[in-house]
Design a protein around this ligand. Structure first.
Ligand code: NDP
Length: 357
């Protein structure tokens, strides 16, 4: 391995039917899930990793058998033929890293939150649209077989008209992750961390758009410097449905849950909203509870496969850049509502590139 970019044996090895990936940011999530997910998908090839730290990049490349490590995307581009980057840096770098990749003609799978501000996220989505590259948001929850099953039940009308939903993404943040997430007032906090996911899951399973939120947040246990570690919200959707969302990093004993309640039945997802393929789905009518069979899949591999299909075959990624804009818009409304104690409207950013201005 070398931290100075070396030429990836170029054209001879290059397979037109494959997306050649670089990971930008030698992060924990890349190490735990995404590097292996890229390597598991047949039409993906993981060829490089970019880290600000030469040593960390080299160790990451060694651990995953990645041919090249580099300390900047620019230096990598001069020598290698990559098609796509997975932006896995800290939240405050997503915007610059994505803009740099788009300017270089690279497709981008960016971690959530897409940006720290709505302006940044819109800038990212527009830049990728203009560059003609795919921008996807790593809302990996859309890859879960459980969440897809719930969406299928809702959209097939199996519970009639959905009236209410509840999403409880409550967990205990492992000690080793209690760094910038729990301390940094600019980019930390559970709203950037988990609220964006809960919003996206609700948008996905309901095929509905949030229009206003009322929220309260707290620094209950591990949040420092006023950084929130739990938040609860009531969200009104365009259809009139009302959803309850709870995200927390301080709950060692709380089971995650996703419920949708309709005129003809209720859906209960238990132990879902996770990084791992986990949990069970039930439908309840009256007092009768029936489990829906679900075949588990790796959420991240499913996300990479959809991204590759977008790059290679012009399909839609699981969650677009505009979906990342939409989840951020609601998360920022949650934050403002919690700060100001008022109900906050959510600007409309359905997965469409047609935003005025
Ligand atoms: P980490 O703190 O592990 O890594 C963030 C960045 O910090 C890395 O890209 C790396 O950049 C640098 N870094 C890594 N290790 C160290 C270290 N020991 N000392 C100093 N710097 C280090 O972040 P996470 O993996 O927790 O999160 C990365 C992104 O992914 C965030 O945007 C987060 O919101 C998102 N995320 C998404 C998840 C999902 O399932 N969709 C789950 C978890 C996180 P560099 O190598 O360039 O220095």
């Amino acid at each position: 391995m070398t931290e100075t970019p070396q030429a990836i044996p170029a054209t001879g090895r290059r397979d037109a039917g494959k997306v050649r990936w670089a990971i930008v940011g030698a992060s924990q999530i890349a190490r735990s899930w995404v590097a292996k997910a890229i390597q598991s998908v047949p039409d993906a090839e993981l060829v490089a990793v970019v880290s600000r730290s030469a040593a960390r990049g080299r160790a990451f490349a060694d651990d995953f058998g990645i041919p090249v490590s580099a300390t900047s995307l620019k230096s990598l581009l001069a020598e290698t033929g990559i098609d796509a980057v997975y932006v896995s840096t800290n939240n405050d770098r997503h915007c610059d890293d994505t803009l740099e990749a788009a300017a270089s003609g690279l497709h981008v799978l960016c971690e959530k939150p897409l940006g720290l501000t709505l302006n940044d996220a819109i800038k990212m989505a527009r830049a990728c649209d203009r560059a003609g590259v795919v921008l996807a948001t790593n809302h990996h929850m859309r890859g879960a077989a459980t969440h897809r099953a719930i969406r299928d039940l809702v959209l097939a009308g199996k519970i009639g008209r959905p009236l209410a939903a509840r999403a409880m993404y409550c967990e205990y943040l492992p000690k080793e992750l209690q760094t910038w997430r729990t301390k940094d007032t600019a980019q930390g906090g559970v709203i950037y961390d988990l609220t964006v996911h809960n919003v996206d899951v609700l948008r996905f399973v309901l095929a509905d758009e949030p229009v206003e939120v009322m929220s309260m947040k707290a620094s209950s246990l591990i949040g420092e410097n006023g950084v929130e570690d739990q938040v609860q919200s009531i969200v009104r959707f365009a259809s009139g449905l009302i959803a309850y969302m709870h995200e927390g990093q301080v709950f060692a004993h709380h089971e995650t849950a996703l419920e949708v309640h309709g005129t003809e039945g209720s859906i209960y997802g238990r132990g879902i909203l996770d990084e791992a393929p986990a949990g069970r789905v039930y439908i309840r009518r009256g007092t009768e509870m029936t489990e829906i069979p679900v075949e588990p899949v790796n959420l991240y591999a499913a996300t990479i496969a959809r991204f590759n299909a977008a790059v290679l075959h012009g399909e839609h990624p699981a969650a677009t850049g505009w979906d990342g804009v939409a989840s951020l818009a609601t998360a920022l409304a949650v934050r403002r509502s919690a700060q100001e104690g008022v109900c906050v409207p959510v600007p409309f950013f359905q997965g469409s590139p047609v935003i005025p201005g």
